[in-house]
Write a protein of this length. Structure first.
Length: 321
């Protein structure tokens, strides 16, 4: 498998190095245990002769040439963690050059993989239009606003499509690398994941901070504050809209545009967050916690937690031991 890793100025150091380390380990164990098959032919490329990481380290890149014929192109994130940093970065000259290379690689049949903020490169190039994708969860509101033709689901960690794969935030780079290694050899991926104490995760939902997402829009932020104050009493769209001096339709529309979900779904997110906090920080039993978030009994809350987090109450409490 020929893999080109595209590094631009301000590349996220951890994302780049964890990707390279994962494949270096894969080649090492493949050589020792499997006769050198599969082998990952890694090339670190850039659109400039000199590239500096987000922490200021010089990255030894090779120039993109016509002779480079990757099977996969991996795009690590930039170390631009806020909209104020990211939007200007997307307009840089090197980013526009990278966009041309991505389109050429795609036209030549290469698959493209991106994690975290790297997914914005693909969206800028139009390669995600009409497709499902995930991204770094805290920039999901900006992603939705900037790329309305992409079917974004930031709760998922990995989303494969016909053009390649997108992955979630920060350490999603490692999930992406393990996913690619597993495509070549499940046995090899299992060994690498054991040595790195890591495995592919299906969801990043449990890491999402609802308050951070709400801050992208004044009305949604006001709704979030109202919802937190009314968790115990349960959800009413009409009551929420009335309290915020807006219409139910406007509230629905803003939540969908910013969060990609309905007010009720976001209310459920807040219930899950509060329930997790009580599971970790109180001695309350599940029925008492359910009452705190507006449910009559613990059975309904158990179902919600498993649906949203993929884990039960016993698993969540085990995290503290």
């Amino acid at each position: 498998m020929r893999i080109s890793v595209l590094a631009l100025d301000d590349v996220f150091d951890t994302g780049l190095t964890v990707t390279l380390d994962a494949f270096a380990l894969a080649n090492k164990f493949s050589s020792r245990m499997m006769g050198g098959t599969p082998h990952f032919d890694m090339t670190l490329v850039g659109v400039r002769r000199k590239v500096r990481s987000g922490l200021g380290f010089t990255i030894p890149v090779k120039s993109v040439t016509d002779e480079l014929k990757p099977d996969w192109v991996i795009i690590p994130a930039l170390a631009t963690g806020t909209p104020e940093q990211l939007i200007p970065a997307l307009e840089r000259a090197d980013m526009k050059q990278a966009k041309k290379h991505l389109l050429n690689w795609h036209a030549e049949g290469a698959q493209i993989a991106a994690s975290c903020i790297g997914t914005f490169y693909l969206a800028e190039a139009g390669l995600l239009d009409g497709r499902e994708a995930t991204t770094t969860w805290w920039l999901a509101p900006l992603f939705r606003q900037r790329y309305p033709n992409v079917r974004l689901d930031e709760s998922r960690m990995l989303i494969p499509t016909d053009i390649g794969v997108t992955a979630g935030a920060a350490m999603g780079h490692l999930d992406l690398a393990l996913w690619l290694i597993r495509k070549a050899s499940p046995e090899l991926a299992a060994v690498v994941s054991r040595y790195l104490l890591a495995d592919i995760r299906s969801s990043q939902a449990s890491y999402i901070i609802p308050n951070h997402l709400a801050q992208a829009d004044p009305l949604v932020l006001r709704f979030e504050r109202w919802a937190r104050e009314h968790l115990k009493g349960g959800f009413s769209l009409q009551e929420a809209a009335g309290a915020l001096a807006t219409s139910a339709r406007s509230l629905q529309r803003r939540c969908q545009a910013v969060l990609g979900k309905s007010p009720l779904d976001y209310f459920q997110d807040l219930r899950v967050e509060r329930a997790q906090s009580l599971l970790h920080g109180s001695g309350l039993d599940i029925d008492a916690i359910a009452a705190e978030v507006g449910y009559v009994d613990g059975a309904t809350l158990r179902t919600l937690l498993r649906q949203r987090l993929g884990r039960g109450v016993r698993d969540l409490r085990a995290d503290l031991r």
